[in-house]
Structure formats: structure tokens, C-alpha cells
Design a protein around this ligand. Structure first.
Ligand code: F6R
Ligand code: MG
Ligand code: MG
Length: 373
């Protein structure tokens, strides 16, 4: 039997209202289209959801990653849903469909992609994480903690099949280079890179050779598309997604969720230009309101059954994350009071919007030379 592929492909094709959430008509349209591909036998299964203003397509099939047919299906779905968005005059309708026409692969055309091909185990729990109002590097901290931090993942210490650690594939998203680093041996090197979360992002995690799982089949994958880079100008956030497999030689479901109990600071809030806490929420609460946020993350859990998606279970719809949400709101309140000051507002180089060149131009004749004393 061919391996299974899970493809999570997302795009912001219109917000309702503003950049807050996705109109149900877009979700219905996407479901209708994807169902057709299941009936035709191209997809095995699908689930359509949203976080904030991003439409999320979770699809399973046996065609491998970067498959032209699958990517065309996603592109076509976004295009058709954009028509619905335009008809309803939703905000920023079609904003992430940056290319004029589909040309073989949605990567580099606007949508974000996390895809993994692997041999489905006897029992295969998988979690789809989806974030809004932030950037791919926001996954660095939680993914590192899941697969390399023994204070998060007890299994790294006490499960013999995980004790060897994992391999991290890290991308430099500006220089377009990658490096494979091994944890725990190279932990400090890994941290030296991924702490700079705007430049270095974890792309995939692999099991170590000689373990229970094949070393060439990823156990986690994160979308790394940077809209800012693709478009050359600000067109929206990168709002990343990730897939993480769990249990039986991998971090347990609860170890995968545990890092999200800490609402770490991420960038991308309001106008892509502010830092704020990442708040874990249910799909029902995945609506970006306060100051267009705060940045949110949703986690949907599935069991795979020969590619069928048995689920979803809305994993953050749980009082166990109430304290995290309270903490996130406390942090939001605290950091908001900085208004236009750093570190709430991002440093100049990282801002998606800036009026500074205009301000400098206006003031250029009023700047005087300092006479040093
Ligand atoms: C978009 C986002 C928002 C917008 C803001 C301004 O995902 O994060 O915070 O940047 O609402 O949007 P415009 O410039 O479209 O009015
Ligand atoms: Mg938007
Ligand atoms: Mg968004």
C-alpha cells in the first residue's frame, strides 16, 4: 500500500468582517468542492476549517507531497471560494492568491503548506495546528519543546524509543538554505538558530536512525511560506500551520499540546507589526477581535484510518487551557499599554507597515547637525 500523505493548505481569501474570521459560506463552498474530489477517488478525506481569517484545507491522499493535482485542487478551491468572497464583498477577498494563475504548485503563490508523506502506523494520531496573526517562526518554541525539551516531554527521558532524540531540519528563510541538526547533541546550536525566529524556522522533524520509525519519514512539518517575501511588499500575514504526529515512540498527545500552555510572545499582531501573546483557543473562539488579535492557535486532533480523518477533536476547547488564556489576556493588556513603543511595536526592519520614510522625508530640512561638546 502506498504511503499516506496529509496536506494542510491554507489561505486568507477574505475576512468577515475586516480580518477577524471566515464567513461560513466560504467553508461551505470549500467542503462542496473537496467532497467532489473524494467522490472521484482523488482525495481519501478532507476537513475544512478556519482560524481567524484563514481558510484551512486538511486533505489526505496517496499522491505524495508537492503533487500537482493536489495543489491544483487547493488552488481551485481557493479561487472558487474567492468568487463567493467577492460576491459578499468580504474584506481582502482573494488577498493570498498572489499569482495570476496556477503553475504546478501552490508554494510561492501565496497559500501556506504543511505536508507529510509517511507509512500509516497501526494507530496514527495526528494534530493539525493552525495560527492566525503571526509568522512561521512562532512554531519554533513549541516544536523545539515537544521534540527536544525533557522538561516538556517526559518521554524523552523515560521512553526508551524516544531517548535517542530527534533530528531538526532548520531553514534560513532569507538565504534559502537549510541545515539538519540533532537533538540532544546539538541542542545549543539548534537554540542559537531558532531563537532568531524571524530568520530561522523549523521546517521538519525526523526520527533518529535505528529507532521504531523510519528515519526518512517526517514526524512534524511546518509551513514556512513568507508572504512578505513572495509579494515583495506587505500583503498579509504568513499565518502558519503545522502537522505533528503523536504517540508510540513519539511525544504523547499531551506532550504535543503542553508547550501551548505557555502563551509565548510572537510577532504579527495588528498590521503585522506588533508582538503579542499566542493564545490557544477552540475553533469557535478562533475569531481575532481585540486589536485584530491577540494571535491565536487552534489544534485539531484526528486518528487516521487508512487515510480517513477520524475527528476532529477540538483540543484547546478544554478548561485545562483556561489559565493560559487568562495569562494571554493579562499579557495582552500589559503589552498593549506600550502603544506605539517597542517591544510591543516591532523593530523598524521587521514591520510590515511603516510611515517612517515619509516622516523622515517631511522632516529632512528640520534635522540639525549636533555640535558635539
Ligand atoms: C491582517 C491583519 C490586520 C491588518 C489591519 C489593517 O491579517 O493582521 O491587523 O493588518 O486590520 O488592515 P488594512 O490595511 O487592510 O486596513
Ligand atoms: Mg486578512
Ligand atoms: Mg490571517
Amino acid at each position: 500500500m502506498a504511503k499516506i500523505t496529509v496536506s494542510l493548505i491554507k489561505a486568507d481569501i477574505g475576512g468577515w468582517p475586516g480580518h477577524s474570521t471566515v464567513h461560513p459560506a466560504l467553508i461551505e463552498e470549500a467542503k462542496k468542492l473537496l467532497k467532489r474530489y473524494v467522490d472521484e477517488g482523488i482525495l481519501i478525506d478532507y476537513h475544512v476549517t478556519h482560524v481567524g481569517d484563514d481558510l484551512e484545507l486538511i486533505m489526505t491522499h496517496r499522491k505524495g507531497v508537492d503533487n500537482e493535482r493536489i495543489h491544483a485542487i487547493a488552488w481551485d478551491t481557493f479561487e472558487k471560494a474567492t468568487k463567493v468572497a467577492k460576491d459578499l464583498k468580504l474584506y481582502g477577498a482573494g488577498q493570498d492568491l498572489l499569482a495570476e494563475a496556477f503553475s504546478g504548485n501552490v508554494r510561492g503563490m501565496g497559500p501556506g503548506v504543511a505536508e507529510m508523506e509517511f507509512t500509516e502506523r497501526k494507530s496514527e494520531p495526528i494534530i493539525a495546528f493552525m495560527m492566525d496573526k503571526t509568522e512561521p517562526g512562532s512554531f519554533n518554541l513549541p516544536i523545539y519543546r515537544i521534540f527536544a525539551d525533557p522538561f516538556n516531554t517526559a518521554g524523552l527521558v523515560i521512553d526508551p524509543s524516544m531517548h535517542g532524540g530527534f533530528v531538526f531540519e532548520i531553514w534560513d528563510i532569507y538565504e534559502h538554505k537549510r541545515v539538519f541538526l540533532s537533538a540532544p547533541e546539538e541542542m545549543y546550536d539548534i537554540l542559537a538558530l531558532i531563537g532568531a525566529k524571524g530568520k530561522y524556522v523549523i521546517k521538519r522533524v525526523y526520527p533518529k536512525p535505528g529507532g521504531k520509525l523510519p528515519e526518512d519519514e517526517p514526524v512534524a512539518c511546518i509551513s514556512t511560506e513568507k508572504l512578505y517575501e513572495i509579494a515583495g511588499e506587505y500583503v498579509g500575514k504568513d499565518d502558519p500551520v503545522a502537522l505533528v504526529r503523536a504517540q508510540s515512540g513519539l511525544p504523547a498527545l499531551g506532550e504535543v499540546l503542553e508547550p501551548f500552555a505557555f502563551p509565548h510572545l510572537v510577532s504579527g499582531w495588528m498590521r503585522g507589526s506588533h508582538n503579542g501573546p499566542l493564545m490557544p483557543v477552540s475553533v469557535e473562539d478562533a475569531r481575532c477581535t481585540r486589536f485584530d488579535g491577540p494571535p491565536r492557535v487552534v489544534a485539531l486532533g484526528f486518528q487516521l484510518a487508512d487515510g480517513r480523518l477520524i475527528g476532529p477533536v477540538d483540543l484547546f476547547a478544554d478548561p485545562a487551557f483556561d489559565m493560559t488564556r487568562m495569562k494571554a489576556q493579562e499579557i495582552a493588556d500589559y503589552i498593549r499599554r506600550h502603544g506605539p513603543f517597542e517591544p510591543h511595536r516591532l523593530p523598524l526592519a521587521d514591520m510590515e507597515y511603516t510611515t517612517l520614510p515619509g516622516v523622515l522625508e517631511k522632516l529632512k530640512d528640520r534635522f540639525e547637525k549636533l555640535r558635539e561638546r
